[in-house]
Design a binder for this molecule. Structure first.
Ligand code: HEM
Length: 257
């Protein structure tokens, strides 16, 4: 009958995981010029194909400085996040059963309050240090490193607030910032380097280890975390994608300023 089939389909969807849902929403918010799967109309200059951009070094530096502020903020937030761990200390001689109860209540409490960010520490996707190296390089080349602009400051403040009160929305930004950079971000870096940096490859676009594997590890963790979310919480996370594009778009746009 149709019921078992339905169950199989539902199970298959479940296995694909929540990251596929986040990705599908994000891809729709691209313009056709940005990515094949895009559906949005081009409005801002940053929504045109980077092949058509006319970047400036000053603009690109503003973009790198604001990006660093955003990565500094994300990386500090996950570093400071409480860790939901439980360990049985032998010397305390806790009986197995009570240890189990303590562990379980720890886990349940942490899921209930939505503290998940610590799982995203040291993913290998961190960009803060590589950006510091790149800015140092620009300085040595005689460029003045600008102060963060309103675009970066606004996004950083917004992320700090979300981390305190809205873990689902925070995760949406976390996913989009790191995954956008690994996809469109790299393409942008290449185009800009060809046009204004004599093809100099910045550290921002280099990862230690296999990037595909690092991304997959983070996808797996995101999928696991989202398994504990209700459908409402998942939808709330997906709806945040628009804001992620808005804030990141304002920073991207600096390249063309
Ligand atoms: C993926 C381009 C801006 C989020 C991609 C892909 C391209 C692309 C070519 C790969 C599609 C594929 O897998 O075939 C661009 C360009 C942009 C831009 C040219 C700007 C000029 C953004 C922004 C965000 C974003 C502002 C969100 C903040 C993502 C995400 C993915 C993606 C989440 C999926 C990555 C994955 O599959 O792992 N983008 N994008 N992109 N982009 Fe963008």
């Amino acid at each position: 009958g149709p019921e078992p089939l339905k169950a199989v389909v539902a199970a298959a969807e479940e296995r694909r995981g929540f990251v596929d849902e986040m990705r599908a929403v994000a891809m729709k918010l691209h313009t056709k010029e940005q990515a094949k799967e895009g559906e949005k109309e081009v409005k801002g200059p940053e929504e045109m194909s980077p092949a058509k951009w006319e970047p400036s070094v000053e603009g690109y530096l503003k973009f790198l400085v604001d990006s660093k502020l955003v990565y500094d903020t994300l990386e500090r937030i996950v570093d400071e996040a409480p860790v939901a761990y439980c360990r049985v200390d032998r010397h305390l001689r806790i009986k197995a059963i009570s240890a189990l109860v303590i562990c379980l209540s720890f886990l349940i409490t942490n899921h209930l309050v939505g503290i998940v960010d610590a799982e995203f520490r040291n993913t290998g996707l961190e960009r803060s240090e590589s950006l510091a190296t790149d800015l140092e390089w620009f300085k040595e080349q005689g460029h003045l490193i600008p102060k963060p602009s309103a675009a970066g400051l606004t996004y950083a403040t917004f992320l700090e607030e979300l981390a305190k009160k809205d873990p689902q929305a925070f995760i949406c930004h976390f996913y989009n910032v790191y995954f956008a950079h690994s996809a469109g971000g790299r393409m942008i870096g290449k185009k800009v380097a060809e046009k204004i940096l004599n093809k100099k490859e910045l550290e921002f676009y280099k990862w230690d280890g296999n990037l595909r594997q690092l991304l997959q590890n983070v996808r797996d963790k995101l999928n696991l975390v989202a398994e504990n979310w209700t459908r409402e919480e998942k939808n709330h996370c997906l709806e945040e994608t628009q804001k992620s594009f808005k804030y990141s778009g304002q920073i991207l746009r600096l390249i063309l300023s």
